[in-house]
Design a protein around this ligand. Structure first.
Ligand SMILES: C[S@@+](CC[C@H](N)C(=O)[O-])C[C@H]1O[C@@H](n2cnc3c(N)ncnc32)[C@H](O)[C@@H]1O
Length: 209
C-alpha cells in the first residue's frame, strides 16, 4: 500500500519498534501521547491498542497520509472509536497547543530526519507549550559523527540510507541539535542504540519544569 511506502516502509518492524521502545521507557496506558509527524499511524495503530481510548493524538503536515491511515489502517483494525478526529491535527508548524491538552510523552520518529534546522527549532519552540513539566519528547535523527565532514554525503548502515547537510534526508551532529534547543525548556540526552533498522539515533528531551 502506497501510504506505507510513503512513510518509509518496514511497516511492522518500525511500528513494533516504536511501541516496544516507548514501553521500555515507561509509557503507561494512562499516559497522553502525541505522535509528532504521525503519518499513516505506523506506530499509531499499535499505540491506539496500548493506550487508553482517547489518549493517542497525532499531528502531521500531510493530510493525505492521515486520511489513508484512517481508512486503510485504523478503521480495518477496529480502532476508530479509540481516536476522536479532534485528536488529529494537520499542521506543518507543530502547534500542538491547539489540542488544548497537556501531554505526558511525545514521539517524533523519522521526522527530524526530514526537517531543516529552522523547522526543528520551531518544533522545539512549540512542543513545550503542550507538554507537562517532566514530560519527554523522543526524537530520532541521522547522526553525523565528529570524524565525518558534515558537508559530505553520509551513508548509514544498516539501511543504506545516504544523508546530507543541506537536503532531505538530513544528518545532524548531536551538538547541532543541542544548539537548536538552546534557551528553550529542554534537557537533552542522546540515548544509546535502540535497534533502528536504518541507523537512526534517539534523543531524549525532557520538558524542564
Ligand atoms: C518518514 S515519515 C514518519 C512517519 C511516522 N512518524 C512513522 O514512523 O511512521 C515522516 C513524517 O513526517 C511528516 N512531516 C514532515 N514535515 C513535517 C512538518 N513540518 N510538520 C509535521 N509533520 C511533518 C511527514 O508528512 C511524514 O508523515
Amino acid at each position: 500500500m502506497s501510504h506505507r511506502e510513503a512513510v518509509g516502509g518496514l511497516w511492522d518492524e518500525i511500528g513494533e519498534l516504536q511501541l516496544r521502545f516507548l514501553v521500555s521507557q515507561g509509557l503507561e496506558p494512562g499516559h497522553r501521547l502525541l505522535d509528532v509527524g504521525c503519518g499513516s499511524f505506523r506506530a499509531g495503530v499499535r499505540l491506539l491498542r496500548y493506550l487508553e481510548a482517547g489518549n493517542y493524538y497525532g499531528l502531521d503536515a500531510n493530510a493525505e497520509l492521515i486520511d489513508a491511515g484512517l481508512e486503510h489502517e485504523v478503521a480495518p483494525a477496529g480502532l476508530t472509536e479509540r481516536m476522536p478526529r479532534s485528536n488529529l491535527l494537520v499542521t506543518s508548524e507543530f502547534e500542538a497547543s491547539r489540542f488544548g491538552v497537556l501531554f505526558d510523552v511525545a514521539l517524533a520518529q523519522s521526522v527530524f530526519t526530514h526537517l531543516t534546522a529552522n523547522q526543528i527549532r520551531r518544533c522545539l519552540i512549540e512542543l513545550p507549550r503542550a507538554l507537562k513539566p517532566g514530560a519527554v519528547l523522543y526524537a530520532t535523527f541521522f547522526e553525523c559523527p565528529d570524524g565525518h565532514p558534515e558537508e559530505q554525503p553520509l551513508r548509514h548502515e544498516p539501511g543504506g540510507i545516504t544523508t546530507f547537510m543541506d537536503h532531505d534526508p538530513f544528518h545532524y551532529r548531536e551538538e547541532d541539535l543541542r544548539r537548536l534547543a538552546d534557551g528553550l525548556p529542554w534537557e537533552v540526552t542522546k540515548l544509546g542504540p535502540w535497534e533502528h533498522p536504518r541507523d537512526q539515533r534517539m534523543l531524549r528531551l525532557v520538558r524542564a519544569g
